[in-house]
Design a protein around this ligand. Structure first.
Ligand code: DMJ
Length: 932
């Protein structure tokens, strides 16, 4: 094994080698010892079973890659539901997510080194030839600098690294002459104009052909970028410099990192999520380890490993100490404000942070890695996948899951570090869930909603670059891989760069780095030096002993509000601060507390109530913090209550041959007809109604009798369509959008509302599909004639039995349909929240359905209800003994003994003074923008 040159492990008793090597070497020890010593915990997994799982991963990769090559290549990505390539400009725009697509056969390039890891050397050779023959890097297309760097530049460099390794071995790639490296260099030069800022931070986007700021470029006016976007370049850029001798790339990447380091918040040592690339001001001052920041930290540590430059380790350690001090609340990792790091910035976590336990392994801090990983695994067990965001009490916050690999990555590293076969079982579950819920005939489809099991027509390139690599390596023995994986470091996209680069072309190292580390006292490094005894104890049950106390952390969780703020002082007898959920606008004591916190209550002329916080008007800084927390709670409560009043999306699952339940479409529910959420489902063959719009008595009742009728949207009310198909004997209905090209990928779903009359007479279930999802059914009818679907609230497991199931047993019972009225609360946001000033507006009066109609396009004659957001009602079992719950109990007791309080609550319920807040949507948009 080659060592990472100047790379230096922590701890005087540890030999001078990179921590990376240390981790790998120690893991090998654990693996050997596991088979003989294991007596409790997860049972060891036999070599046969590991091989079986490894082969399963290979088969799954073939399914994903084969379908991409057959149906999508040379397009950037496969659309696995419609079985074609995603070509930018030819599909409805998905916004910033599309900035990863540069018409450069993204998935092929991102898959290159995966082919070698998976021992598909022949396919690798073919793939490299295709890249050299077909890929054009000079397209007139605006791409994300970050995504292009990690996926394309990283993909080319990973491909080059393994191509030269194979060539040296003497069998494959004998014709190879650094062509991938030449392409990488060409791409590197194309990205350089992005760094033309005074700060040295790159613009977030660049036109591959025209660069930046020229009229044709269509980019260069941006002012902000995310921290990860500017701080995740050093591995690829340094590798490019060191492979080619062109030092400029490493210089630019170092300069950007130096600038970010300079701009860290000096008292907390944290960085914000977005930064102004011209002024260096933090634009978003919240800080976590997930979206927008994640790989900045990753690259500091890995730059040290790859380049052997101490300054990167010292920076990483300083940040890590801050993360462990403020953000880590094991097993949670919660965002905080960089200026007020004791104050949580939100009460949910995003899925990208799942990489962090893996990074902690590399760092050598195993205990919190095990804890966080365990918590994430429990969330996965509950929803089959990690939702894009979930709350501190483990409810779904954003329900999508684009087949992200971060959790598999952490699982692999934890297994390497602990040798605990538990992590093999975790990997097995990931494989099973992917096959059961994401596999479709034409690849693997992202989950649109982990709760319903519905799909999105999307298979991101990182799924091939990362997921299969980590899963395969998890089960592989050393001899299963044709090279020594420990000679390489993984980039954030899991591309492989050789550690020998650390001693190659070092001419620019350290030139620009600042050095103020001597100012830091020892306490800054409490978390930095792994104790190998704790890290890799000889006790093979070590990891299990850490997991044990957490085994019910998700199932037994209790609702949490904003936590931790001054918790100690509450415990010591001080009066707890006012919680948003307890607040009553007519309670003089509460109004007094509000005043102390700098929050004013303004009654607007139109009857609405506005809450505004001015931190400087608070009685003390503690009161100001309480005020901020109170405002945040109001926001959370408001959004939660609104979500709970909305119906969640439904699923249309195609169950007949050759789909067998593998295609699940996201559908909008109706506020009338059979309620599919009550464990009801309806299964039946589909038939188009005549007239297709279903607006008059059907002329083909014999065709729809006992079937699920397909009806086109438009011309009349949804309820009218439902009555017409019901009268013709249909057992359910699917309304298909008449706006060609519409899709739930790009338009918000909505609920079909009634017609303002009593709709109790409608007994059948009705669902809505956008045009793209609807065409999947229509195409299936054209091809297979008989198409059977299942309408439900959640897709059913698709197992082989589905293939043998009998004819439909539709459930069309006479249970009266429930008319569900939509949330009528409509409130306005007056001002954006900021740590210094927050404001909320609310309106107690109900609005008419027309007022609520803010979905994309609405036929004048239809009624639709609010666009749906993610929603989940989780019943929490187990005893709630945490502090928040005590507070809740306390307030309930007070309420019982005080009739005025209850009465007040009735006449002015809390939700009547809450605000409609766009934080979720904005944050999600920001996250999508910042990184995928
Ligand atoms: C990948 O492209 C990279 O891992 C990146 O750093 C973060 N997100 C995606 C996968 O989720």
């Amino acid at each position: 094994m080659s060592e990472a040159g100047g790379g230096r492990g922590c701890g005087s008793s540890v030999p001078q080698r990179a921590p990376w090597s240390l981790v790998a070497a120690t893991a090998a020890f654990c693996l050997v010892s596991a088979t003989s010593v294991w007596t409790a915990g997860a049972a060891p997994m036999s070599r046969e079973e590991r091989q079986k799982l490894g082969n399963q991963v290979l088969e799954m990769f073939d399914h994903a890659y084969g379908n991409y090559m057959e149906h999508a290549y040379p397009a950037d990505e496969l659309m696995p539901l419609t079985c074609r390539g995603r070509v930018r400009g030819q599909e409805p725009s998905r916004g910033d997510v599309d900035d990863a697509l540069g018409k450069f056969s993204l998935t092929l390039i991102d898959s290159l080194d995966t082919l070698v890891v998976l021992n598909k050397t022949k396919e690798f050779e073919d793939a490299v030839r295709k890249v050299l023959r077909d890929v054009n890097l000079d397209n007139d297309v605006v791409v994300s600098v970050f995504e292009t760097n990690i996926r394309v530049l990283g993909g080319l460099l990973g491909g080059h690294s393994l191509a030269i390794m194979l060539k040296e071995k003497g069998e494959y790639m004998q014709w190879y002459n650094d062509e991938l490296l030449q392409m990488a260099k060409q791409l590197g030069y194309k990205l350089l104009p992005a760094f033309n800022t005074t700060s040295g931070l790159p613009y977030p986007r660049i036109n591959l052909k025209f660069g930046i700021r020229k009229p044709e470029a269509r980019t260069g006016t941006e002012t902000d970028t995310c921290t990860a976007c500017a701080g995740t370049l050093i591995l690829e850029f340094a590798a490019l410099s060191r492979f080619t001798g062109a030092t400029i790339f490493e210089e630019y990447a170092r300069k950007a990192l130096d600038f970010l380091w300079e701009k860290r918040q000096r008292s907390s040592n944290l960085v914000g999520v977005t930064i102004n690339i011209h002024t260096g001001d933090w634009v978003r001052k919240d800080s976590g380890v997930g979206a927008g920041i994640d790989s900045y930290y990753e690259y500091l540590l890995k730059a040290y490993v790859l380049l052997g430059d101490d300054s990167f380790l010292e920076r990483f350690n300083t940040h890590y100490d801050a993360i462990m001090r403020y953000i880590s609340q094991p097993p949670l990792l919660l965002d905080v404000h960089i200026h007020k790091p004791m104050l949580n910035a939100r009460t949910w976590m995003d899925a990208l942070l799942a990489f962090f336990p893996g990074l902690q392994v590399l760092k050598g801090d195993i205990r919190p890695a095990i804890e966080t990983h365990e918590m994430l695994y429990q969330v996965i067990k509950k929803h089959n996948f990690l939702p894009e965001a979930f709350t501190t009490d483990f409810r779904v916050h954003w329900a999508q899951h684009p087949l992200r690999p971060e959790f598999a990555e952490s699982t692999y590293f934890l297994y390497k570090a602990t040798g605990d076969p538990y992590y093999l079982e975790v990997g097995k579950t990931l494989i099973e869930n992917l096959n059961k819920y994401a596999r479709v005939p034409c690849g693997f489809a992202a989950m649109k909603d982990v709760r319903t099991g519905s799909h999105e027509d999307r298979m991101d390139s990182f799924f091939l670059a990362e997921m299969f690599k980590y899963l395969y390596l998890l089960f592989a023995d050393k001899e299963d891989i044709i090279f020594d994986i420990e000679d390489y470091i993984f980039t954030t996209e899991a591309h492989l760069l050789p550690l020998w680069l650390s001693t190659t072309n070092q001419s620019i190292s350290k030139k620009n780095t600042t050095s103020e580390y001597t100012e830091l006292d020892d306490s800054n490094f409490d978390w930095t030096c792994p104790n190998t005894q704790i890290l890799f104890p000889n006790d093979p049950l070590y990891a299990q002993s850490i997991r044990e106390p957490l085994k019910n952390v998700v199932d037994k969780s209790c609702p949490r509000g904003i936590i931790r703020v001054r918790e100690e002082s509450f415990r010591s007898g001080a009066k707890p601060p006012l919680r948003a959920r307890d607040f009553m606008a007519t309670n003089p004591e509460h109004l007094e507390i509000l005043k102390k916190m700098g929050v004013s209550l303004i009654h607007l002329k139109d009857g609405r109530v506005q809450l505004v916080q001015h931190a400087i008007q608070a009685a003390s800084s503690i009161d100001a913090e309480d005020g901020l927390r109170f405002m945040q709670e109001m926001i959370e409560l408001s959004s939660q209550q609104q979500k709970e009043q909305q119906l969640p999306p439904r699923a249309v699952q195609i169950v007949s041959h050759p789909f067998f339940g593998r295609v699940v479409l996201t559908a909008g529910p109706a506020q009338f007809g059979l309620d599919l959420s009550k464990h009801k489902e309806t299964r039946g063959f589909v038939a188009s109604s005549k007239p297709y719009n279903g607006c008059s008595e059907l002329t083909n009742p014999e065709a729809v009798m006992g079937k699920i009728a397909l009806i086109q949207r438009g011309q009349c009310m949804f309820a009218e369509k439902a009555r017409n198909i019901q009268n013709a004997g249909a057992i359910g209905g699917i309304v298909i959008d008449d706006n060609e090209g519409s899709s739930s990928d790009t338009a918000p779903l909505f609920q079909m509302a009634g017609d303002g009359k009593d709709t109790d007479d409608i007994k059948i279930p009705m669902l809505f599909l956008f045009s793209k999802e609807g065409s999947i059914i229509l195409d299936a009818i054209r091809e297979y004639e008989e198409v059977e679907v299942l309408l439900s609230d959640k897709a059913k497991d698709r197992d082989p039995e589905m293939e043998n199931e009998e004819q439909p047993s539709s459930e069309n019972d006479s249970q009266s349909a429930e008319q569900i009225t939509s949330s009528s609360q409509e409130v306005d946001l007056v001002d954006q929240e900021s740590p210094e000033e927050s404001s909320l507006n609310s309106q107690p009066e109900s609005l008419s359905p027309a007022d609520m109609d803010n979905a994309a396009s609405v036929s004048p004659s239809e009624q639709i209800s609010n666009p749906m957001e993610n929603h989940e009602t989780t019943s929490l079992d187990g005893e709630c003994t945490d502090f928040d719950n005590q507070l809740q109990e306390q307030s309930e007791t007070e309420e019982d003994s005080n009739p005025n309080v209850s009465w007040d609550k009735k006449v002015q319920p809390i939700d009547s003074i809450l605000a409609d807040w766009n934080e979720d949507i904005e944050a999600f948009e920001m996250m999508e923008k910042d990184e995928l």
